[in-house]
Design a protein around this ligand. Structure first.
Ligand SMILES: NC(=O)c1ccc[n+]([C@@H]2O[C@H](COP(=O)([O-])OP(=O)(O)OC[C@H]3O[C@@H](n4cnc5c(N)ncnc54)[C@H](OP(=O)(O)O)[C@@H]3O)[C@@H](O)[C@H]2O)c1
Length: 209
């Protein structure tokens, strides 16, 4: 079994952990952060608007929700009932995904201006039924999203996205929720946990446990 790895320190994917940011936050931020950033840019939500975020409590959703809330945007976030407190802690109003979703949102009496779907297509379909124009429905789902919605992924993030997020974290304006930390030898458990798709935030694997 390999016990070490050699990496060129000039590799563009390597970053130093800035002051005010923990290695854990920095290490879990990269792909989820850039994906959340790309979705936020594609949403282009204005302060005072309300955005529906599907899977608001996941790794991408936790970051996206905070970015939107910081920008003065109201967020309605989907999750299971077990995620409601976590979603609320990010600054969003929780709603439960599933068959009652449309009714729960309607009962809030809020006009939804845009939507981000981070899990399947339910949120995008709900948003369209609510009258959100398709060009304001953003998804990271590559597999069969509704026609006419906007598809993005982490590679669409602006080049300085990571640095902007790190600056926000170091000034206390953004947190990366870490649901669990596993040692290298627990790699399989970490993957099983992640693929459950019921994680609140990010999962980390560290050699230092
Ligand atoms: N995490 C990353 O670094 C990353 C980076 C780039 C792209 N992605 C992609 O982005 C998507 C989201 O990934 P993720 O890591 O944020 O989360 P994820 O692991 O895909 O999902 C976790 C979240 O999804 C919620 N969820 C589960 N079933 C749901 C449903 N039927 N409808 C709505 N929400 C549901 C869970 O809430 P409950 O626990 O309450 O059920 C949980 O908060 C995935 O497609 C992933 O491949 C992830």
């Amino acid at each position: 079994m390999a016990t070490s790895i050699t990496v060129d320190e000039r590799h563009p994917s390597l970053h130093r952990t800035p002051a005010g940011v923990s290695d854990l936050e920095a290490g879990t931020l990269d792909i989820a952060g850039r994906t959340a950033s790309a979705v936020a840019d594609a949403l282009a939500a204005e302060p005072g608007e309300t955005v529906l975020v599907g899977a608001a409590g996941g790794g991408v959703g936790s970051i996206l929700t905070q970015l939107l809330v910081r920008g003065g945007v109201g967020v309605i976030g989907t999750g299971s009932a077990a995620s409601a407190d976590h979603i609320r802690s990010l600054g969003a109003r929780p709603v439960t995904y599933g068959p009652a979703l449309d009714g729960e949102i309607a009962a809030m009496g809020v006009s939804v201006a845009a939507a981000a779907d981070l899990h399947g297509t339910e949120t995008a379909e709900t948003a369209i039924r609510l009258g959100v124009p398709r060009h304001r429905v953003v998804t990271i789902e590559a597999d069969g999203p509704p026609a006419g919605v906007v598809q993005v992924n982490g590679s669409d993030a602006r080049p300085d996205a990571l640095h902007r997020l790190l600056a926000l974290i170091s000034e206390g304006g953004l947190r990366v929720p870490v649901a669990a930390v596993y040692g290298l030898e627990q790699f399989q458990q970490a993957v099983t946990h992640q693929t459950s798709r019921h994680v609140h935030g990010k999962i980390a694997i560290t050699p230092g446990r």
